[in-house]
Design a protein around this ligand. Structure first.
Ligand SMILES: Cc1cc2nc3c(=O)[nH]c(=O)nc-3n(C[C@H](O)[C@H](O)[C@H](O)COP(=O)(O)OP(=O)(O)OC[C@H]3O[C@@H](n4cnc5c(N)ncnc54)[C@H](O)[C@@H]3O)c2cc1C
Length: 606
C-alpha cells in the first residue's frame, strides 16, 4: 500500500535557507518559542503522526466513507482513534492563543502542520480544519463569555466546529441566505432553516460541535447587509461549560459525493435551534470574512498536497515499472526493459508534478510570513499593522487559492497518467487523489470567484492597479540583484520582462473595462492564471537564488539537492511558464467571443 513521506528536507530548505524563518520568528511576539530546534522537532513529530497514523487511513477511509444512522454520523474505522491521538498530541492548539489553552505559536506553524496532515489525509484534516475556522471567528468576534465557554474545549480539540454558510439556493451569493433567527426574551435566538454541504456538520470525533451559522434577523435589510452570525452548539453548554441539553440542530442527510468521502458533508436542519449572536447585528459576513485570507491559504494547501502525494507515488512507480527502451539507448541492459523514469515524456509529467508541489509549497511559505504579521496585528489590537498585511495577503490569496488548486488538480491527473491503466484502478490510490482534490477549486470560493476577487476587487476597484505595481516592484528589485550571476541571469531577465507585461496587461484591461463591464469577468480567469504563473516563477527564482548561494558558500543540504532546485527552476521556466503567454493573449481578447450568442442559441437540440 502506498504511504506518504513528509517532505521535511524541502520544508527545512524553504524555512531556513529561502525565507529565513528563524529571523522572522525572532521578530514576532508569538515566535519566542519557535526557535529552529523547536520548529524542527515539531515538524518531525507532526510528520511522524501523518506518516504513521493518518496516511494508513487514506484509502480505507475512502472505501468505507461516513455513515448516517438515527441522525448521528459515524466516521470510518480508525478515525476516532487517530483523532484521539491528534488531541493528546496537543495539535489543535498549536497556533492558538495560550490564554485559551493553546501553545501560542505563530500562525504559519499551523499552516505547516496543515500541509502535512492535508497531504497525508485531506478528509481527516478537514475535521480539525473546520474547527479552526470556528475558533478564529469566536476569538475575534465573540464576547468574553463566549470565548471562555467555547475556546478552551475547541482549542483542546474535545469540541469540533463548523462554518454553516451555504443553503440550497446559494453558495457564492450569500446575500440570498434565508435561515431565520428570532430573538428570545432571554437574549438568545431561535434559528430555523436548512444549510447544505456542511463539512463536519455531524460526526463522532468530538463530544460537542459548535456551528457558526449565517442567518437573518426578522427586520434585517435584504442582501448581504442583513446577515448576522450565530453560535449554535449541538449540545448547549451547561452552567459549568460542560455538554448539556441536546439542541435542535440535526444532520438530515449525508451528501454522496465524488471524493473526500471520509469527510462528512452534511445537510443540517435547524429547527428552532438555540443560538447566540456573535459580533454586531447584520455584520455577519464581515465577521465571517475576517480570517478569510488565512482560511483561503488553508484551501490553497489542497493544491500543494495532492501534487506532492501524487508525485511521491508516481515517482516510486516510474522507478519500478518497466516499459520498452529509452530512445537514447538501453539504460538498464540487464533488465527486460528500462523503467518508466528513463522516458522523456514520463519525466515531463513527473517534473510538472514536482514543479507544482515544490513551487506551490514555496508560495505558501512566502504568504505564511505575511499571515503571521497579519495575525500578530489582530491579536495585539494593532489595526494598522493588521490592515497593511491583510492587504498584502489579500492580493496573494486569490492567486494562491485559485491557481494552486487548479494546478494541484492537473498534477493529480498526471499522477494517474504515469500509472497508465493502473492509475484508473482504485487500489493504487491515484484516482482517489484526483477525486479528492477536485473539490478544492470549488469550495472557499470557486476559481471564477477568486479570479473576480483578484481582478475586479483587489486590482481594479480597490487599488487601480496599485496592488500589481507594488508586487511587481518587489519582484523587479529582486531580479535586478541577480542579473550578474550567469546561473540566475536568464531567469532574472525573464522576470523583469514579465513584471513589465503584468502591469501593461492590467492597464489594458482597466481601459477596456471602462468601455465594456463584461471585460472584468471575461478576463478574470486568465488574469488569475497569468498572475499565478508569474508569481510561481518569482518564487522558483527565490529558491534558485538560495540554491546558488548555498552551492557557493555551503548549506544544510547536499549539492545534488541544490542542483535539483536549479534544474527544476529551468524546467519551470522553459516548460510551464510559457503558458502565461497563452493566458495573456486570451485575457486581451474581446468579451464579444463569450457574450455574442443569445442564451437560447448556445445549443440547438431536439
Ligand atoms: C464537499 C463540499 C464541502 C463544502 N463545505 C462547506 C462548508 O463547510 N460550509 C459551507 O457553508 N459551504 C460548504 N460548501 C459549499 C461551497 O462553499 C459552495 O458549493 C461554493 O461556494 C460554490 O457555491 P455554489 O455551489 O452555490 O455554486 P454557485 O454559486 O451556484 O456557482 C456556480 C458556478 O457559477 C459561477 N459563478 C457564480 N456567480 C458568479 C458570478 N457573479 N460571476 C461569475 N461566475 C459566477 C461559479 O464560479 C461556479 O462556477 C461545500 C461544498 C462541497 C461540495
Amino acid at each position: 500500500m502506498p504511504v506518504y513521506k513528509a517532505p521535511l528536507r524541502d520544508m527545512k530548505f524553504l524555512l531556513n535557507e529561502v525565507f529565513d524563518y528563524p529571523e522572522h520568528y525572532a521578530s514576532l511576539a508569538s515566535g519566542e518559542n519557535a526557535t529552529p530546534d523547536i520548529v524542527e522537532a515539531i515538524l518531525r513529530e507532526c510528520g511522524k503522526f501523518c506518516e504513521e497514523v493518518l496516511s494508513p487511513l487514506y484509502l480505507s477511509g475512502d472505501e468505507e466513507g461516513c455513515k448516517l444512522e438515527n441522525g448521528e454520523v459515524t466516521t470510518p474505522t480508525g478515525y476516532r482513534e487517530a483523532y484521539q491521538q491528534y488531541v493528546s498530541g496537543g495539535w489543535q492548539g498549536l497556533s492558538a492563543p495560550a490564554d485559551f489553552g493553546g501553545q501560542g505559536l505563530p500562525a504559519s506553524m499551523g499552516l505547516l502542520k496543515q500541509e502535512m496532515m492535508g497531504t497525508a489525509n485531506w478528509s481527516f484534516s478537514m475535521y480539525p480544519g473546520l474547527s479552526l475556522g470556528a475558533m478564529n471567528t469566536i476569538f475575534l468576534h465573540g464576547s468574553d463569555d463566549q470565548q471562555q465557554t467555547y475556546l478552551p474545549p475547541l482549542t483542546e480539540g474535545h469540541w469540533g466546529g463548523t462554518m454553516c454558510l451555504t443553503e440550497p439556493q446559494c453558495g457564492t451569493d450569500l446575500g440570498q441566505v434565508k435561515t431565520r433567527a428570532e430573538p428570545q426574551p432571554d437574549g438568545s435566538y431561535r434559528l430555523t432553516g436548512t444549510k447544505i454541504f456542511i463539512s463536519s456538520g455531524d460526526h463522532d470525533l468530538t463530544e460537542n460541535i459548535v456551528h457558526i451559522v449565517l442567518a437573518r434577523l426578522p427586520d434585517a435589510p435584504k442582501g448581504t447587509r442583513g446577515i448576522s452570525l450565530f453560535i449554535v452548539p449541538k449540545f448547549l453548554p451547561d452552567s459549568q461549560g460542560c455538554v448539556g441539553e441536546r439542541n435542535t440542530v440535526v444532520c438530515g442527510n449525508l451528501e454522496k459525493k465524488m471524493g473526500i468521502k471520509a469527510s462528512a458533508t452534511c445537510v443540517m436542519n435547524f429547527d428552532g435551534a438555540t443560538g447566540f449572536l456573535i459580533g454586531p447585528e447584520n455584520e455577519g459576513l464581515n465577521c465571517m470574512f475576517t480570517f478569510m485570507n488565512t482560511a483561503r491559504i488553508g484551501t490553497a494547501i489542497q493544491g500543494v498536497g495532492p501534487a506532492e502525494l501524487s508525485y511521491q507515488w508516481a515517482l516510486a512507480y516510474a522507478k519500478e515499472r518497466r516499459s520498452m527502451r529509452a530512445l537514447s539507448g538501453k539504460k538498464e541492459p540487464d533488465q527486460v526493459a528500462d523503467s518508466l523514469i528513463h522516458h522523456a515524456d514520463v519525466r515531463r509529467m513527473l517534473l510538472t508534478q514536482k514543479a507544482i508541489a515544490e513551487g506551490g509549497r514555496a508560495m505558501l511559505y512566502y504568504a505564511a510570513r505575511l499571515a503571521d504579521h497579519m495575525v500578530e496585528g489582530l491579536t495585539q489590537g494593532d489595526d494598522k499593522k493588521a490592515g497593511k498585511y491583510d492587504d498584502k495577503l489579500g492580493f496573494l490569496t486569490p492567486i494562491l487559492k485559485g491557481f494552486l488548486t487548479e494546478l494541484g488538480y492537473e498534477a493529480a491527473n498526471l499522477g494517474v497518467q504515469v500509472f497508465g491503466g493502473h492509475g484508473y484502478i482504485r487500489e493504487h490510490g491515484m484516482e482517489q487523489i484526483v477525486r479528492d482534490t477536485r473539490i478544492a477549486t470549488l469550495y472557499e470560493g470557486t476559481t471564477g470567484i477568486q479570479a473576480l476577487d483578484l481582478l475586479g476587487r483587489k486590482v481594479l476597484l480597490m487599488t487601480r492597479g496599485g496592488a500589481v505595481r507594488e508586487f511587481t516592484l518587489k519582484i523587479a528589485n529582486f531580479a535586478r540583484k541577480h542579473l550578474t550571476d550567469k546561473r540566475l541571469r536568464p531567469f532574472a531577465l525573464e522576470l523583469l520582462k514579465l513584471t513589465g507585461q503584468w502591469n501593461l496587461l492590467t492597464v489594458r484591461i482597466m481601459l477596456a473595462a471602462r468601455k465594456d463591464r463584461d471585460v472584468v469577468s471575461s478576463a478574470a480567469y486568465d488574469f488569475l492564471m497569468y498572475s499565478g504563473y508569474v508569481t510561481m516563477a518569482y518564487i522558483w527564482v527565490r529558491q534558485a537564488a538560495a540554491a546558488v548561494d548555498k552551492l557557493d558558500h555551503g548549506g544544510d543540504e547536499s549539492e545534488a539537492f541544490y542542483q535539483a532546485k536549479l534544474a527544476t527552476t529551468e524546467f519551470y521556466f522553459e516548460r510551464l511558464l510559457p503558458r502565461a503567454q497563452s493566458h495573456a493573449s486570451s485575457m486581451l481578447s474581446s468579451s464579444k467571443n463569450l457574450m455574442q450568442l443569445d442564451a437560447e442559441d448556445l445549443a440547438f437540440t431536439g
